[in-house]
Design a protein around this ligand. Structure first.
Ligand code: CTP
Length: 399
């Protein structure tokens, strides 16, 4: 429902700028008002006149038209809008946003606003995949900037891949999602595990693993965004705490289990942590010293508790829905099905962690949702999109 919503559209200089004319028309058809600002380069792709005609309002193009106080009002106008949408968001504009530049009116507005910002990236696929653009994207996301697209497809430069701007209906759905957040999980408590666990060998050495915690943290954030009260039990990660989530920091698998059990009751539990399968039987109290000629120490390992299986075990405290991940490097579906049965959980997200898939520490995930009677392949998605999809499914299942 966009009726009465005030959208401030910033059009940057990319070939897909022409699609914004359709976007403006559709937004107005839905009852939204649209004010537009063109970057210097955007004027090469669409004319201010067409934009003014479709938006039925003034089009702002140049910071130096801020001659007097009355004209300063368009900074004010951007603040009075409900949302700022940047479409197309070019690599250049994204870089400027990430760097906090205010070199022209569009970037000044983006720096000056306190309203939600949605960007619809569009660029050549190599520019999109470039480490600099991906780093800028990560920075913008970490600051709460919403992102829609880009889509895969044929590009104006005769290449095929990610970089096409999302279509107008997708951008409108994304605007709607930002402005009218659904809260179907409000009143529900959900426990999420994330990150690695670390097992001490002595006071300075640990057994650890490569989990970044990105997927588990994104799941916690997505569940919280749907209104759930989320307890995130996490091993050490470099990630900021997700907004609106209670974070319990632990190190070992045993600490993780204790924290999860202390957090119960819960309507659901999602175990996304990469829990060490073994801990050190007797961690040394002091730093282990080497002596010349002595053999390396033998470290005796003991099995760690299985947190997922423990939470999924039948009993009064069992959350209504228990979800695990199956990190596999081969025979993904078969191993994941077997794991679901063995651990007694309701759903397993089967996750390809072979080196080729780039899941560990990477931004994307290719998962299959395995339930008692189905195996649903999901497309390759950004870890946040996996989290969003899972949160939506959990909301459906608990409703
Ligand atoms: N898990 C857990 N506690 C453990 C081990 C795993 O909660 N001690 C959870 C993980 O969070 C994940 C699921 O179990 O949701 C599967 O983890 P995975 O590492 O793929 O499975 P393992 O049980 O370690 O099985 P294997 O090493 O045989 O693949």
């Amino acid at each position: 429902m966009l009726t009465g919503k005030k959208v401030f559209l910033i059009i940057a200089g990319g070939i897909s700028a022409y699609k914004c004319l359709d976007l403006i028309r559709r937004l107005r058809e839905q009852g939204a008002s649209v004010r537009c600002c063109l970057t210097e380069n955007a004027k090469e792709f669409v004319t201010p006149l067409s934009v003014a005609a479709l938006s039925q309002g003034p089009v702002y193009t140049d910071q130096f038209s801020l001659k007097d106080e009355s004209e300063m009002s368009h900074i004010e106008l951007s603040r009075q809008s409900d949302i700022l949408v940047v479409a197309p968001a070019t690599a250049d504009v994204m870089a400027k946003m990430a760097a906090g530049l205010a070199d022209q009116l569009a970037t000044t507005l983006l720096l000056a606003t306190d309203k939600p910002v949605l960007i619809a990236p569009a660029m050549n696929l190599r520019m999109w995949l470039h480490a600099a653009t991906q780093a800028n994207l990560a920075t913008l996301k970490s600051r709460g900037i919403h992102v829609v697209g880009p889509n895969d497809g044929a590009m104006a430069c005769n290449e095929f891949g990610p970089g096409r701007m999302a279509e107008a209906p997708e951008i409108m759905a994304a605007i709607d999602a930002v402005l009218n957040p659904r809260r179907p999980l409000s009143g529900r408590h959900i426990v999420v595990t994330s990150g690695p666990t670390v097992e001490p060998i002595d006071p300075v050495r640990i057994i650890a693993n490569r989990s970044s915690g990105k997927q588990g943290h994104a799941i916690a954030a997505a569940l919280a965004a749907l209104g759930a009260r989320v307890t995130l039990v996490s091993g050490p990660t470099a990630l900021p705490d997700p907004e609106g989530v209670d974070v319990v920091r632990i190190e070992t698998a045993r600490e993780m289990l204790a924290a999860c059990q202390a957090a119960l009751p819960a309507a659901a539990a999602v175990c996304a942590a990469a829990v060490a399968d073994w801990g050190v039987k007797a961690p040394a109290g002091q730093k282990m010293k080497k002596s010349p000629g002595a053999p390396p120490p033998a470290i005796e390992l003991i099995p760690n508790p299985d947190i997922l299986a423990t939470l999924a075990a039948p009993g009064a405290a069992r959350p209504g829905l228990v979800v695990g991940f199956a990190a596999e490097t081969e025979n993904l579906i078969e191993h994941a099905r077997e794991k679901r049965a063995r651990k007694g959980c309701d759903w397993i997200l089967a996750n390809d962690v072979s080196a080729a898939a780039g899941t560990f520490g990477g931004e994307t995930n290719r998962v299959h949702l395995i339930t008692a009677d189905a195996c649903e392949p999901w497309p390759v998605l950004d870890k946040r999109a996996v989290a969003q999809r899972l949160a939506d499914r959990i909301a459906e299942a608990l409703s």
